[in-house]
Design a protein around this ligand. Structure first.
Ligand SMILES: [Fe+2]
Length: 235
């Protein structure tokens, strides 16, 4: 049986070709896409990750001998389907720059300090009701060379794995009040205002913990009119 989802539910996602986002010019397909049926092994084969999630992987501030520098934050969210039902047991992974806007990656030569106490990657599973939670450091802005004086607003990358290898979704979320957001071609590659708004984390006082860290909420909707915009969701 073939499921065809309404095209409307695809309008949330970034356009493959967004000329302001320069690398999308080389990356975007220039021929019509060919639908490929998923094979049985793609749908039923083993998925990496779930069984190797360890206690503490969701706390990016305790992975080294000392505490990382920067503003400690809690990121909490709900993974749900188009009907609002929580999606349990999703592998949720995040990666991000440190408080100075530097990634631990050979390609990142931005002259900002690395933090020996911060790697910038963590993972967890959504719980039985679909909720996830991370403790981390608020990332800094970083320059990215897309155009003159181009700076990415603070953001955290997030990946979700469902029950099959073919069910991976990748997105990134932003923090309220950041003046760089309206200038960001990646944020603006999401075609609708409502889609862009769904990439914003919100300050959540109920997630904030006294004397410890500010809390932010970022919910993820997998599909439908309220779908979170996902990268690489070509149409
Ligand atoms: Fe990034």
């Amino acid at each position: 049986m073939t499921f065809i989802y309404p095209v409307d539910s695809n309008t949330a996602h970034p356009l493959p070709l967004s000329p302001e986002y320069k690398s999308s010019i080389k990356r975007a397909p220039n021929k019509p896409l060919i639908p490929m049926r998923h094979t049985l092994s793609e749908l039923t084969g083993p998925v990496y990750g779930h069984e190797t999630v360890r206690e503490g992987d969701a706390d990016l501030t305790t992975q080294h001998a000392g505490e990382p520098l920067g503003e400690r934050i809690i990121v909490h969210g709900h993974v749900r389907d188009e009907d609002g039902r929580g999606v349990p047991n999703s592998l949720v992974e995040i990666w991000q720059a440190n408080a100075c806007g530097r990634y631990v990656h050979v390609r990142d030569q931005h002259p900002a300090p690395l933090d020996p106490n911060f790697t910038g990657a963590g993972r967890t599973q959504s719980d039985a009701s679909g909720y996830y939670r991370f403790v981390t450091i608020k990332p800094g802005a970083y320059p990215w060379g897309n155009h003159h004086n181009a700076w990415r607003p603070a953001h955290i990358h997030l990946s979700l794995f469902g029950p099959a290898f073919a069910t991976r979704l990748v997105t990134q979320f932003f923090f309220p009040g950041d003046p760089l957001i309206p200038l960001d071609p990646i944020f603006n590659s999401v075609p609708t205002k409502s889609g862009r708004e769904r990439l914003m984390a919100s300050y959540a006082h109920d997630v904030t913990e006294p004397e410890f860290a500010l809390g932010y909420r970022f919910d993820v909707v997998l599909r439908g009119r309220k779908a979170t915009p996902f990268e690489g969701s070509a149409r």
